[in-house]
Ligand binder design. Structure first.
Ligand SMILES: NC(=O)c1ccc[n+]([C@@H]2O[C@H](COP(=O)([O-])OP(=O)(O)OC[C@H]3O[C@@H](n4cnc5c(N)ncnc54)[C@H](OP(=O)(O)O)[C@@H]3O)[C@@H](O)[C@H]2O)c1
Length: 135
């Protein structure tokens, strides 16, 4: 059995990404810094799975104390998750990944940040209620 979770940070209207990065990239405010620190704290020792663009932004140091792997649309989510029995697996996005894995996720960790600018990737509330995989 794999404990499947999701972790993300969103802007005030559900903004997730912009031009391949976090929309608030470069913001130095306390809420933003705390969110980054919390992400590394919560995922430490666990598995982080995400699409290629999201994994590309994971710094090298983070790979020392967590399992980080790229996932692809050619792989069946149930088969991917079965590779990590007994582990806590965080599904880290982007949106197409959460579309596919939402039915398996039993815990969502969503931080709302004080950002209200542009985005080209958005959080979908329906991920929280996606049924189908006996999560
Ligand atoms: N705010 C946050 O917490 C947060 C978190 C994550 C990402 N983001 C932002 O989101 C953006 C990156 O996301 P993205 O969607 O552009 O790219 P992505 O992270 O590469 O995710 C999408 C890709 O995941 C792969 N994938 C793996 N399993 C899949 C499946 N079962 N079904 C469909 N696709 C699957 C596909 O790549 P293949 O075609 O290679 O299979 C797809 O193109 C960036 O702006 C990033 O900063 C924000």
């Amino acid at each position: 059995m794999t404990d499947v979770r999701a972790i993300c940070a969103i802007g005030l209207r559900g903004q997730l990404g912009l031009h391949g990065r976090m929309p608030w990239e470069g913001e130095r405010g306390r809420a933003f810094r705390e969110d980054v620190a919390r992400f590394f704290e919560i995922t430490r020792g666990h598995v982080l799975l995400a699409g290629p663009r999201t994994i590309a932004s994971v710094p090298e140091f983070a790979k020392a104390d967590r399992t980080v792997a790229v996932i692809h649309s050619s792989e069946a989510p149930a088969e991917v998750l079965a590779r990590y029995p007994g582990r806590v697996v965080f599904i880290g996005g982007g949106p197409a990944v959460w579309d596919a894995y939402a039915p398996f996720i039993r815990h969502w960790d969503v931080t709302r940040l004080p950002y209200d600018g542009d985005a080209d990737r958005w959080f979908k509330p329906e991920w929280l209620t996606a049924g189908g995989a006996g999560a």
